[in-house]
Every structure is written in structure tokens, then in C-alpha cells.
Design a protein around this ligand. Sequence first.
Ligand SMILES: NC(=O)c1ccc[n+]([C@@H]2O[C@H](COP(=O)([O-])OP(=O)(O)OC[C@H]3O[C@@H](n4cnc5c(N)ncnc54)[C@H](O)[C@@H]3O)[C@@H](O)[C@H]2O)c1
Ligand SMILES: O=C(O)C(=O)C[C@@H](O)[C@H](O)[C@H](O)COP(=O)(O)O
Ligand SMILES: [Zn+2]
Length: 357
Amino acid sequence: MKEIVVPSSSHTYSVWIGEGLLKNVSKYLQKEYSSIFVITDDVVEKLYLQTLLESLPKVHKAVAVVAAGEQSKNITTYYRLQTEAIEAGLDRNSLIIALGGGVVGDIAGFVAATYMRGIDYIQVPTTVLAHDSSVGGKVAINHEQGKNLIGSFYPPAAVLYDVDTLATLPPQEIRSGYAEIVKEALISDKEAFERLLQVNLHDLTKEELQEHLSFGIEVKTAIVTADEKEKGERKFLNLGHTLGHAIETELQYQLLKHGEAVAVGLLFSLFVSEDLFQADVSFSKLYGWLSDNGYPLPAEMLDPEILLKRMKTDKKAQAGKVQMVLLKDIGQPTTAVLDDEQIVHYIKRFRERLVRG
Ligand SMILES: NC(=O)c1ccc[n+]([C@@H]2O[C@H](COP(=O)([O-])OP(=O)(O)OC[C@H]3O[C@@H](n4cnc5c(N)ncnc54)[C@H](O)[C@@H]3O)[C@@H](O)[C@H]2O)c1
Ligand SMILES: O=C(O)C(=O)C[C@@H](O)[C@H](O)[C@H](O)COP(=O)(O)O
Ligand SMILES: [Zn+2]
């Protein structure tokens, strides 16, 4: 079992990563709670809810299940969860457990942040991608106009990451999660990035997976420890997300998973970085790896004007202009505010590049 300690302005919490955690959740609870409210989705419910419930202390428990997928991260589901929490009799000494991927983690975290002005919650991530979403305290729901526009910074009491649960993930979810690990390598460590590009996602060992998850969590921990509320360097964790979120919102969360949209955004960031900084930041290498590993890179959905409008709802936007995270080199992220004309120009050229193959 590995422990990674994450300091935050309100408290310090541990991320535990290893096998068999789900069967032993009680051991990791730091205090006695009056009741426990588990929030999960209808796919994870069938796979892991029973095991989790059996591992919890004998206090009053209630369960709320949301439909699997990004569409659940909305105000209607959020309000329903608050109603169920009230009806279940949760008080200020109750605990919420988020059992699932980033969607469950983000919405359950936001419910916890706002129920009676904030109660404890624990992240029990079950996707590769959730190595990122379960750490750092960003909790949110989407607005029709954009991703995560309603939310807070509200760190969990603990993160219990049972890697056994990842065995049931379909390939698309592995791919989606790895885009965030590639992101973490791109912003921090050239050698780690080069090593990651040697990996074939169809042929991944359990040891490699655990090593990559720990690497990603360590990179994220270092950044959120230095800048919890995204005043500066935490923006670097948004590499690939300015375009990625715009694509997801435009597609109404159909067709591409979060990490798949981020992968297109990462490639775009490298494309822009190579042109703006006249540097080699491995656009071609990443393009090759994404293609080899089955990431969808659909040029036809890249409408420059529509995406520009969406990119302006990004939380990093400044005075109506798009702010992107770019790379001066691998491991050397920076930010840049771009004019509308530049964004349109780069999306057009990027689209042409993808069409050429
Ligand atoms: N808060 C943050 O810092 C942060 C970071 C990254 C991403 N996110 C958010 O995370 C979300 C994406 O998370 P995600 O990719 O985990 O999506 P998700 O929660 O929708 O999970 C993906 C799919 O996998 C299924 N699933 C989950 N665990 C499974 C398992 N063990 N076996 C089989 N199927 C399983 C789910 O039911 C779902 O259908 C997005 O909303 C994104 O904005 C937040
Ligand atoms: O933790 C962060 O900071 C991130 O940016 C991690 C991202 O992978 C994640 O998708 C996050 O939810 C994006 O946040 P947002 O502020 O751009 O909505
Ligand atoms: Zn992300």
C-alpha cells in the first residue's frame, strides 16, 4: 500500500493506493461518523457497491445512484442528491463517500461542499482518470454553457484508490485516463514523457499502471500543494483543457470521453507551442502515440469559430480573451493569452494537419 500525503489550506489528507482497499474502508476512516451517504453511478453500483457497504462501520447508511456518464454532472442531479441527503437525515457529522469515476467524484464532492455548508467526504476512485479528479479538491457540476462552471475547492478527508477495481474498465476508459497521465508528464518531466510513449495501452501490466497512477498523483500533489486555488501554476494542470472542454461541451458530452477530448487538446497545445515558441515539443511523437493507441482525432468536429466561442467560457479566460497553457519545452509549461484571430488561425491549421495525417 502506498500513501501520498496532500497538504491543503483546511487540512492534510492521505491518498492510499493499492490492492484490496475496498474491503477495508473502515480501517482508513479517521473518525466516527453519525451516518454515511454513498453516492455512486449505476454501472459502478453493480460492480462495487456491495463490497464497499460490507466494509463500512455499523452506522446508519443510505445510497444514492446517478446515471453513469457526464450528463449527470448537472444542477438537476445535484439538487436531487441534496434532497436525498436531507431525507436520509444526514447531519454535520455525516460522511459522504464518492464511489466511482470523476463524474461521481466531482458531483458528490460538490454536494459535500455545500450540504449544511460543508461536511466530510471521501473519494473512492474507480477509473484511471480519477487519479486526477480525486486529488486536489476541485469539485463541480457543469452548466449548459460550459464545463465545471459551478463549483468549489473542497478537498476530501481521504482518497482510497483500490486498483483492483480498474480491472473492469473498458479500453476507452483506460485511454481517457491515460490522457491525463500524459498531461502530467508533459508539464513536469521529459524523461517520464518519453517512457510513457513506449507504453502500449492494449498491453499494459498491472505494475506499469500502478507506477503511472502514482506518478500522476505525485505530479498533481506537488502542484496543488504549491497553488491550491489556481492563482498561478495550478493552471498548468489545465494543459489541453481549453480546447478539450470546448469540444466536450460542443458535443454535449457525447462521442468523446473527457480524457479523449483532452488528448485532442494536448495535441493542439503542442501544435501551437511549436509554432509560437519555434520549439520541438514532440507534436509528431504524441500524434503517433495517440493514433497507435486508438485515440479518436476527428478533424471534422474542429469548427474554429464555434470552438473559439466555447473556449471563451473557460475559467482561465482573461478580459474576453482565451488563455492557453503551452509548453516552452517538455516539463516547462507556461501560459499565453491569444487573440481571437490567432485561435481561429491555429484551429484551422491544426485541422488541416489532422486531415493530412
Ligand atoms: N476535479 C478534478 O480535478 C478533475 C480532474 C479530471 C477530470 N475531472 C472530471 O472527471 C470526469 C471524468 O471522469 P471519468 O473519466 O472517471 O468519468 P466517469 O466518472 O463518467 O467514468 C467513466 C465511465 O466508467 C464507468 N466506470 C467507473 N468505474 C468503473 C470500473 N471500475 N469498471 C467499469 N466501469 C467503470 C462509469 O460508470 C462511467 O460510465 C469529468 O467530468 C471531468 O471533468 C475532474
Ligand atoms: O486539478 C486541476 O486543476 C485540473 O485542471 C485537472 C483537470 O484534469 C480537470 O479536468 C479539472 O476538472 C479541470 O478544471 P477546470 O477548472 O478547468 O474546470
Ligand atoms: Zn481533466
